[in-house]
Design a protein around this ligand. Structure first.
Ligand code: R5P
Length: 316
């Protein structure tokens, strides 16, 4: 009997509960519906996940940022486990924001390396990882899996190219952000300045010195994340003291914890552009906040990954 070639099973997109709106948007770009999944809790709060469709032999992409609460990472693990036990052919953990990444080395006695621990946990269940702007690029090596690490920079650069700036300077908020800032400066045909930041304690930042000329010029400060907004607001005030004109902030991951919204609202900044890698609840939003969507980039990356096409074109 002649064998009939079966059509290749299409991919499936699943969403955790951490950023359902982003997953919906990605699915819309890919012209598919999200796979049906039940998320429930036992009376004591324990998470329950059930995949409500047949995933046997399918290429499954599970979208879930792992910002706090820590249940977000747990939910991702449960969803991957459910898909694997339901015989999915391949599981890609799509982690738009990879949380617990800041603790990436033993820089004081008796501390955990949470970034490695989280990578180990994800590696237990995933076949691949697709992520955006890790806190450090070398986190890719923490996973013993193929990792596609995307940059949100093209999304920001396209956005900023539509604005008119006065003699733009891209400012690195600390020495660690210099490489990212240099990339922005090159693409936006701007010059570069660097803030020499001294940190007195975790989540407390103090801008000390600015290397570069900012007087009478517009400034753009790019970073991977805004947590409490301390780093950014210190940078803004330091630039203003040196005579900077309009100041723009661009950061991929909008954690916007604690005082961030108030600090940034009060700071002399024109606009704070972020992406939707993390769901931003209404109480963390403020007038100057502009949210750019990362969904088209993620959708392309998922489509290319499914079709075994190179995703490196998405880096430009
Ligand atoms: C620093 O290494 C990071 O790139 C961010 O600048 C920092 O984590 C932001 O934290 P916060 O907003 O609390 O200053």
């Amino acid at each position: 009997m002649k064998a009939t070639a079966l059509p290749r099973a299409p991919f499936l997109i699943m969403s955790g509960t951490a950023n359902h709106a982003l997953a919906e948007e990605v699915a819309k770009h890919l012209e598919v519906s999200l796979c049906a999944v039940t998320h429930r809790r036992f009376a004591d709060g324990e998470l329950f996940v059930k995949v409500d469709e047949n995933v046997r032999g399918r290429d499954v992409f599970i979208i879930q940022p792992t910002n706090p609460p820590a249940e977000n990472i747990l939910e991702l693990l449960l969803m991957m486990d459910a898909a694997k036990r339901a015989s999915a052919a391949r599981i890609t953990a799509v982690i738009p924001y990879f949380g617990y990444a800041r603790q990436d080395r033993k820089d004081q006695p008796r501390v955990a390396i949470s970034a490695k621990l989280m990578a180990n946990l994800v590696s237990l269940e995933a076949d691949r990882v697709l992520a955006i702007d890790f806190h450090q690029h070398q986190l890719q090596g923490f996973f013993d899996l193929p990792v596609d690490h995307l940059y949100a920079a093209p999304v920001f650069v396209n956005y900023y190219r539509q604005k008119t700036f006065k003699d733009l300077v891209v400012v690195a908020s600390d020495v660690g952000a210099a490489k990212m800032a240099r990339g922005f400066a090159k693409r936006l045909d701007a010059s570069l300045a660097i803030i020499d930041k001294r940190r007195t304690a975790a989540n407390e930042a103090e801008a000390v010195n600015v290397v570069g000329d900012v007087e009478g010029r517009d400034c753009l400060i790019p970073d991977d994340m805004i947590d409490t907004g301390g780093t950014m607001t210190e940078a803004v005030y330091a630039l203003k003291r040196l005579g900077a004109e309009k100041i723009y902030i661009g950061a991929t991951h909008a954690l916007l914890s604690g005082p961030a919204a108030q600090r940034l609202s009060e700071a002399p900044v024109e606009e704070v552009a972020v992406t939707n890698t993390i769901e931003i609840p209404p109480e963390r939003r403020f007038d100057k906040l502009k949210v750019l969507s990362i969904a088209p980039l993620l959708a392309k990356a998922i489509g290319y990954t499914h079709s075994d096409l190179s995703v490196s074109s998405l880096f430009d």
